[in-house]
Design a protein around this ligand. Structure first.
Ligand code: ZN
Length: 216
């Protein structure tokens, strides 16, 4: 039986924060379609990413944000006949983000590592000139303050979708599927909700202080 008592007792949840007017976030659930992402003991990353994204979408909408998703179900965005499905999927995600012209992009992923003892969250950013670092740091600080496990400090990434975003973009590795305890937590709806609360609060608090920036 999995105990969530620690997080339920220590995480402070605020829903009083409200987004600045017309703040639009695109949420990207990593992988999808034939690409399951990381897969450990039959638990696939793609499905958990989507569940976290859907809960996060509701949390952001509750805080007055406009929210769009790159993928809305288990399918990827490429056509089934695409020669290189992954390349087309990523291109379509980038295209969708450009056409939506949001204020922030958040890509949700899960991590793996050969050592099963390794666990924790980590945020990545690209396009520092657009203010991505500030969002990544705000989200990771919020995790830290809430007593959630942190893997390593905020780092830059060359992950395609984040690097080519026209607005601030953050990739969140929500934990390690290779760690048995974290793998159980990541499948737990309450834990997914706790992650979403914290990400949403951090985004809104940061959006209140940070001027909107876009490369378009
Ligand atoms: Zn991934």
């Amino acid at each position: 039986m999995l105990s969530l008592g620690f997080w339920l007792d220590t995480v402070t949840v605020s829903t009083t924060v409200i987004a600045p007017e017309q703040f639009h976030v695109v949420l990207d659930a990593g992988h999808g379609g034939l690409d399951n992402g990381a897969c450990v003991d039959g638990v696939s990353e793609a499905a958990i990413n989507l569940r976290i994204v859907k809960i996060l979408a509701t949390e952001l909408q509750n805080r007055n944000c406009a929210v769009s998703l790159t993928r809305v179900d288990s399918d990827s965005l490429n056509s089934p006949h695409a020669r290189n499905k992954k390349v087309e999927d990523m291109a379509k995600r980038r295209e969708k983000i450009r056409s939506l012209n949001p204020d922030l992009v958040i890509s949700i992923h899960l991590n793996t590592y050969p050592l099963t003892s390794v666990s924790g969250l980590q945020c990545f950013y690209a396009n520092e000139t657009l203010g991505s670092y500030d969002y990544a740091a705000a989200i990771q600080n919020q995790f830290n303050q809430s007593g959630l496990p942190i893997y390593k400090t905020v780092k830059p990434t060359d992950f395609n979708l984040v690097e080519h975003s026209p607005c601030p973009a953050v990739l969140i590795e929500c934990g390690f599927l290779t760690n048995p305890r974290e793998r159980k937590l990541l499948q737990n709806t309450t834990y997914q909700q706790i992650l979403a609360y914290n990400i949403a609060d951090a985004i809104i608090n940061q959006a209140e202080h940070q001027p909107k920036q876009s490369a378009v």
